[in-house]
Design a binder for this molecule. Structure first.
Ligand SMILES: CC(C)(COP(=O)(O)OP(=O)(O)OC[C@H]1O[C@@H](n2cnc3c(N)ncnc32)[C@H](O)[C@@H]1OP(=O)(O)O)[C@@H](O)C(=O)NCCC(=O)NCCS
Length: 159
């Protein structure tokens, strides 16, 4: 297996079949509405893909404001390729592009909490379930905004 990570492929450079197969492999329902899935992917601010030859085996994307906030929207490793470091590599490559962002957020299933913690995400909550009863977590990473002075807000009125 020779893996390649690409940042030069935009959503329009992916075929619907490739994307649908990847999403189907992890049983994500978006695979059932592939035209909408492709339109959603086209709104990625950053998109990184993992390839085994011509086969799309992983994908990570971010939506955000381009300056302060970034939301890790999808991070998927094809079911046949999991636990080989692809997810960690995709995330590391995304985070390297987000170093100047103030906050990076993610929503994820609880079972992946340790995955996010290993990448320095702080887990915010772990008591919510998705519609299928799967426990969810929200996580974030915070960096100071370069060149910005932070002042204490202790005297702000409570509301
Ligand atoms: C989450 C996901 C992207 C991880 O991808 P991956 O390529 O298998 O991850 P890696 O091989 O890089 O794993 C890195 C570490 O994360 C942790 N981890 C990964 N998958 C895990 C799992 N299912 N359960 C517990 N820990 C897990 C492990 O500590 C792992 O290290 P190890 O294999 O040395 O023990 C993959 O499981 C996936 O696509 N899941 C479905 C989609 C999803 O829910 N994405 C996250 C929300 S956007």
């Amino acid at each position: 297996m020779s893996l390649e990570y690409r940042t030069d492929v935009s959503a329009s450079g992916l075929s619907q079949d490739q994307v649908q197969e990847l999403f189907q492999s992890v049983k994500w329902p978006h695979a059932q509405v592939p035209e909408r899935l492709m339109r959603a992917l086209a709104h990625s601010e950053i998109l990184i893909t993992a390839w085994d030859g011509e086969r799309l085996v992983g994908l990570a994307n971010v939506v955000g404001d381009g300056e302060f906030y970034a939301y890790i929207h999808w991070l998927i490793t094809h079911a046949d390729y999991q636990r080989r470091g692809i997810g960690r590599t995709l995330l590391a490559k995304l985070l390297a592009k987000l170093e100047s962002r103030n906050q990076v957020f993610v929503f994820s299933e609880m079972r992946y909490a340790s995955f996010w913690q290993q990448m320095d995400f702080v887990i915010l909550s772990a008591d919510t379930e998705d519609p299928h009863g799967e426990p969810l977590v929200a996580g974030y990473r915070w960096h100071p905004i370069p060149g910005v002075r932070y002042e204490s807000n202790d005297e702000a009125e409570e509301f």
